[in-house]
Design a protein. Structure first.
Length: 278
C-alpha cells in the first residue's frame, strides 16, 4: 500500500513539474510574441437585427504562434492576466485594430469598433487616460470606439470603474457591458453609469427558444433595456430560430456564427465591401 501510494505521488509530482515547464515555456514565448507582433486582431461583425446589415465589428485577439498555429484567447489571455502583461496585449491589439478598422469607419462601411479590455487593465488608475492618449494617435474618432468591460470589474472597485467610464464617456467613447446575464447582472450599475450597450451572454442565447423560462427572462431583459435606453447586442447567435425570437422580442443587434465567425482583417474588409455593393 505504501509503495503504491508513493508511486502515485511521484507520478503526480512529475505531472506537476511538466505542467510547470509548459507554463514557463508559454510565458517566455508570450513575452517575445507581443513585441514580435504575433498577436493580432481578428474581427467579428455585429449585425443590425432589422436590416441584417453589418454595423460594427468586435475585435478578438488571436496569437499566430510560430509552431502551434493560431491560438484563441483562452490559450493565452488567462496566463497573460496572471503575469500582469495582459495590458500590453490589449494595447498592441487595440493599436493594430484601429489601424485596420479606422478606414472602414471613415468609408462608412461600419459605424464603430468594439475592443475588449481585461478587468486587470481597469485596475490601473491611469488606464482611461492612457487609452484616450492612444486613441488620439489613431485615425479613429472617439465616438466610433466601444470599450467592452465585464461586470467582474464593476464589482471589484466601483469607484475606480466610475472614474474610468466617466472619463471615457466625456470623450465620446462608448461603453458596453460584456457577458451580461452570467454574473450578478448589476442593473443598478447600469442606471448610474453612462453605459450605452449591454451584451447578452451566449449562455442565455443558447437556451432561447429551448427553455421557456430563459426565453421569458431574455424578453424581459430586452424590455428593461429599452425602458432604460440601453442598447442590446445578443452574442453567440448560432441558429435562425434564435435570431427570429430575438428580433421579435425587440433586440437591436446580434453577433454570432449564424452571421459570421471571427476572421482576419483582409477577409473582414472584403466582406464589408461586398456587403456594400449588394
Ligand atoms: P467575448 O468578449 O465574450 O467574445 C465572444 C467570444 O465568443 C469570442 O471567442 C467569439 O469568437 C465567440 N463567439 C462569437 N460568436 C459565437 C457563436 O455564435 N458561437 C460560439 N460558440 N462562440 C461565438 P474568442 O475569440 O475565443 O474570445 C474569448 C474571450 O477572450 C472573449 O470573450 C474576451 O473575453 C477575451 N478576449 C478576446 N480578445 C481579447 C483581447 O484583445 N483582450 C482581452 N483582454 N480579452 C480578449
Ligand atoms: Ca467582448
Ligand atoms: Ca461576451
Ligand atoms: Ca468575456
Amino acid at each position: 500500500v505504501k509503495t503504491r501510494g508513493g508511486r502515485r505521488w511521484s507520478a503526480f509530482d512529475a505531472e506537476l513539474r511538466a505542467e510547470n515547464e509548459r507554463r514557463h515555456t508559454l510565458e517566455a514565448e508570450l513575452r517575445r510574441a507581443i513585441p514580435a507582433g504575433e498577436i493580432e486582431p481578428w474581427f467579428q461583425p455585429v449585425v443590425d437585427a432589422s436590416s441584417g446589415r453589418f454595423v460594427g465589428v468586435e475585435v478578438l485577439a488571436r496569437w499566430n504562434h510560430p509552431e502551434q498555429g493560431l491560438l484563441a484567447p483562452a490559450a493565452f489571455v488567462p496566463i497573460a492576466e496572471e503575469l500582469g502583461i495582459i495590458g500590453r496585449i490589449d494595447e498592441a491589439v487595440f493599436e493594430a485594430a484601429c489601424a485596420r478598422a479606422a478606414p472602414w469607419v471613415a468609408a462608412g462601411l461600419i459605424e464603430s469598433i468594439s475592443c475588449n479590455v481585461s478587468p486587470r487593465d481597469l485596475l490601473d488608475p491611469a488606464f482611461s487616460r492612457k487609452l484616450i492618449g492612444r486613441l488620439a494617435r489613431t485615425a479613429l474618432p472617439a465616438t466610433a470606439l466601444t470599450v467592452e468591460i465585464t461586470e467582474t470589474f464593476l464589482l471589484q472597485d466601483l469607484g475606480l470603474a466610475r472614474r474610468h467610464i466617466e472619463r471615457l464617456a466625456a470623450k465620446g467613447v462608448r461603453i458596453a457591458l460584456d457577458d451580461f446575464g452570467t454574473g450578478y447582472s448589476n442593473v443598478r450599475a447600469l442606471m448610474n453609469l453612462p453605459i450605452q450597450t449591454v451584451k447578452l451572454d451566449r449562455s442565455l442565447i443558447e437556451a432561447v427558444g429551448r427553455d421557456a423560462r430563459v426565453s421569458k427572462l431574455v424578453s424581459s431583459m430586452l424590455h428593461a433595456a429599452r425602458a432604460l435606453g440601453v442598447g442590446i447586442v445578443a452574442e453567440g447567435v448560432e441558429e435562425e430560430a434564435q435570431a427570429l425570437f430575438l428580433r421579435a422580442a425587440g433586440c437591436d443587434r446580434m453577433q454570432g456564427y449564424l452571421f459570421a465567425r471571427p476572421m482576419p482583417a483582409e477577409a473582414m474588409e472584403r466582406q464589408l465591401r461586398e456587403g456594400l455593393s449588394l
